[in-house]
Ligand binder design. Structure first.
Ligand code: 26W
Length: 804
């Protein structure tokens, strides 16, 4: 670690600006300053990166590889500065140079290489692994276009391409010399060799080059730099001069190949584009496995039979689960293993994390598609399936009737979750309730078959980014109060509980929240032109837009409050600002209608002088990691209102709690674990429990139409949707959808309880001391949700790895 003085740092900025752009600092653009500082940080990183790689080479520890189709790493300049102990110096240096540090940091275009929680979790995990000195690395895809950029036009979501690579991305290092050739399609021929073994030859295949781009993952002030390797698809160079007639064909072909890493699929229930998605998955898996094996061999290991002693591969949901048959293929076809040996090694190498029980997200690929694209893999998957089903008849005949629910290939589809369970030694859910649901409901047959295979690993978030970096004022006050050991041991945040009656502390926590709200209010004003009252409750729901997450329930509450105020303008309610951020999958019509509804309510409410600014509604477009970083520290109330049983964990709930927000939520996902820590008096709970949700599904007792008819508040809201809001806009499709699906996510069923609980929120917020002490209790217990804890659990009970 270098201890820079401010003067040295200023000098470095000057030098870099001069060498890179031949400009004085005063002439350089913010972009250029951003590149200059990135270069300074990169020099430091490169030294540590090399050292870390040497350390791994010498000590040869067991390594974990995290395979994921998504990594939502967010901006890296600020976090890399922080992790290199350069942030304060850099801030001061910039100020002295007459620059506003935040103006520079926001030049970075965050790579939107993920949809939501699953991708952000992968990024938090990488941060924790590096910060705790675990030899762990990520493998993913360098999509040319990340998740679309959202613009709200006329209240509707429109999607624009996300050109994140338009400017150079300073954190990646292209490594063309380590490129790997991947083979798709063609036909397979089987030959028996003289010794009786089989050989597979491929004809008419497509070849694709996987070119690595490495991104450093910098540990927190510990000189460890791990690697996130993202693969980019490129064409292999044409071997001979092209005939003219082949020329256009060839260009076309090259284009198709580059499409493999062309864009990230939105988490989408539509069925288009499956073909390319499978190609992406195989591309990731094949390149990563070759690399892993190459490294294993380079470390002087020549016995792949021992692969699992040095390597463990975590697959992030089913998306990379083709890795299982691909490793089988390598071991058998390239390394001469027997089926049984290959299977033994494979099933000791992979561990699988499930992130959802939503059926539309459970991947199933048409068999003919896999057969056509990956003929040899299809043969292997078939064999895995045959042996698996036979095994049930031989060893567990009591489960024979469940075979249709467990077979990997059924109804002409490959069921990826089943493949992942069968091919892994560990299956984990991401919060206690979710894991129980996997074991008792969604995967119960598998749990009966492999009871020891299932385990829970409750998600976590990196407190370094989500508290230390995004909320420096709160971090400082915490450190002044309990000392700064919490940065290394986040569980020590519980020491704050000793200060629960410390009035000055509560006051300063209150002040900090106020400052953060002021800053967010400025952002809101810049983005939308809406002026919000910083004294109002900042009521926040930020997450992907999905029916199960029930943004619609939140809207129903807003409509209800507005209707009340229209009837009685002097009604005494605590002023609120409702803040939303959400992207809807482009083909998810209902979700897009909800966005339009939120924006319509915003339009109506924000322009209605009769309600005296008691309510404001704000939809912030293009929700992403950097926007989250501004919203979360300013949140008073965290909306975690999914239909119980549907949200596997949630991680936004943890981030907001850590920044002193109180949660209003259902007993779902990690909310339950938050409740267990802070206890029921410090969280606002409402709504059906998971068992009740299951009960209503099975019994058919719930009648949404009756709910609509009996609760007058709902009648009014629904009729407004049907007939037009305040004489103008109509949302007939939402009205119809809710009734025709019998309100399958229980928006109407949970409405009354939600409104009543929101009234409690209103009351508690009026008592500043009470609110602040609840806020402190939430911060104090949030240490459990550091991803450092999660990673330690993975390391000790799944990966069996030690830190270095
Ligand atoms: C089929 C492609 C696809 C891709 C992404 C389907 C679904 C997705 C989601 C966006 C997956 C996801 O983000 N799941 C979330 O994972 C978080 C981390 O475990 C959990 O906290 C959330 O509850 C879960 O919804």
């Amino acid at each position: 670690m270098t201890n820079w003085t401010v003067e040295e740092f200023m000098e470095d900025i000057r030098k870099e600006t001069e060498t890179q752009f031949q400009k004085e600092v005063s002439e350089a653009s913010h972009q250029e300053i951003y590149f200059a500082i990135s270069a300074i940080v990169n020099h430091q990183i490169d030294k540590d990166w090399e050292k870390t790689n040497k350390l791994y080479k010498n000590k040869k520890p067991k390594q974990v590889y995290y395979l994921s189709m998504e990594f939502l790493i967010g901006g890296l300049l600020k976090s890399n500065l922080l992790h290199h102990q350069m942030l304060d110096v850099c801030n001061t240096a910039l100020e002295k140079l007459g620059l506003e540090p935040e103006e520079i940091y926001k030049q970075e275009h965050d790579p939107g290489l993920g949809n939501g929680g699953l991708g952000r979790l992968a990024a938090c995990f990488l941060d924790s692994m590096a910060s705790m000195r675990y030899p762990g690395h990520g493998f993913g895809i360098r999509y040319r276009y990340g998740l679309f950029e959202q613009r709200i036009i006329n209240g509707y979501q429109t999607e624009l391409p996300d050109y994140w690579l338009d400017n150079e991305y300073p954190w990646e290092r292209r490594k063309p010399e380590e490129a790997i050739e991947i083979i798709f399609g063609g036909t397979v021929h089987m030959h028996k060799k003289y010794d009786g073994s089989l050989e597979f030859n491929y004809e008419n295949t497509d070849k694709v080059l996987a070119v690595p781009y490495d991104i450093p993952i910098v540990g927190y002030q510990n000189q460890i730099v791990n690697t996130l390797r993202l693969w980019s698809a490129e064409h292999t160079s044409a071997e001979s001069p092209l005939e003219f007639k082949d020329y256009y064909h060839e260009i076309d072909h090259q284009h198709t190949i580059e499409q493999i890493s062309g864009f990230l699929y939105p988490d989408d229930s539509s069925h288009e584009g499956k073909h390319l998605r499978i190609k992406q998955q195989y591309f990731l898996v094949a390149a990563s496995l070759k690399q892993i094996i190459r490294e294993f061999k380079n470390n002087g290991n020549n016995d792949l039979q021992k692969l699992h002693e040095k390597v463990v591969i975590q697959i992030n949901d089913t998306h990379p689960s083709l890795a299982i048959p691909e490793l089988m293929r390598i071991l058998m076809d390239e390394e001469g293993f027997s089926w049984d040996n290959a299977w033994m090694v494979t099933t000791k190498t992979f561990a699988y994390t499930n992130h959802t029980i939503m059926s539309e997200a459970l991947e199933k690929w048409p068999t003919d598609m896999i057969q056509h694209l990956l003929p040899r893999l299809y043969m292997i998957i078939n064999e895995i399936n045959e042996r698996f089903c036979q095994g049930i008849w031989f060893d567990h005949p009591e489960l024979r009737l469940e075979i249709p629910k467990m077979a990997i290939i059924a109804d002409n589809q490959v069921h990826m979750a089943r493949l992942a369970i069968v091919g892994s030694f560990s299956v984990n859910g991401v919060a206690k309730l979710h894991t129980e649901i996997l074991k008792q409901q969604e995967m119960k047959e598998f749990h009966q078959l492999y009871p020891g295979r299932f385990q829970n690993k409750t998600n976590g978030i990196t407190h370094r980014r989500w508290l230390l970096m995004v909320n420096p004022r709160l971090s400082d006050v915490i450190s002044e109060t309990i000392n700064d050991r919490w940065i290394y041991r986040p569980r020590e945040l519980t020491h704050l509980l000793r200060h629960i009656h410390d009035k000055p502390l509560l006051t300063s926590i209150g002040k900090i929240k106020q400052q953060n709200k002021q800053e967010l209010a400025n952002v809101i004003y810049r983005m939308t032109g809406i002026k919000v009252d910083e004294q109002s409750i900042f009521d926040v729901q930020i997450k992907r837009l999905h029916e199960y997450k029930r943004q619609l329930l939140n809207v129903f509450h807003i409509m209800y409050l507005y209707n009340e105020l229209k009837d009685n303008p002097t009604l005494d309610i605590t002023p609120r600002t409702f803040i939303f951020g959400a992207k809807a999958a482009p083909s998810y019509y209902f979700a897009k209608e909800v966005i339009k509804l939120i924006n319509t309510m915003a339009e109506i409410i924000n322009h209605d002088p009769t309600i005296h600014d008691k309510l404001k509604v704000v939809f912030l477009e293009n929700y992403n990691v950097s926007l989250a970083e501004k919203i979360i520290p300013a949140t008073d109330l965290s909306e975690q209102i999914s239909t119980a049983s549907k949200e596997a964990s949630g991680t936004g709930n943890m981030k907001m709690m850590m920044n002193g927000a109180l949660t209003i939520g259902t007993l779902d996902g990690a909310n339950i674990e938050i409740k267990n820590l802070v206890n029921e008096s410090n969280i606002f709970l409402f709504g059906l429990r998971a068992e009740e949700v299951y009960h209503y599904y099975h019994s058919g007792e719930y009648q949404a139409y009756e709910e609509y008819q009996t609760d007058e508040r709902i009648t009014q809201i629904m009729n407004q949707l049907r007939d037009g809001l305040y004489g103008y806009y109509e949302f007939k499709d939402i009205y119809y959808h809710l009734l025709s699906t019998n309100d399958s996510y229980f928006v109407m069923k949970d409405f009354a309880d939600y409104v009543e609980t929101q009234q409690c929120v209103d009351q508690v917020y009026r008592n500043k001391d009470e609110w602040l002490s609840k806020s402190l209790i939430n911060i104090a217990h949030s240490g459990k949700f550091s991803s450092d804890r999660t990673i330690k659990e993975y390391a000790s009970s799944i990966w069996k790895i030690d830190n270095i």
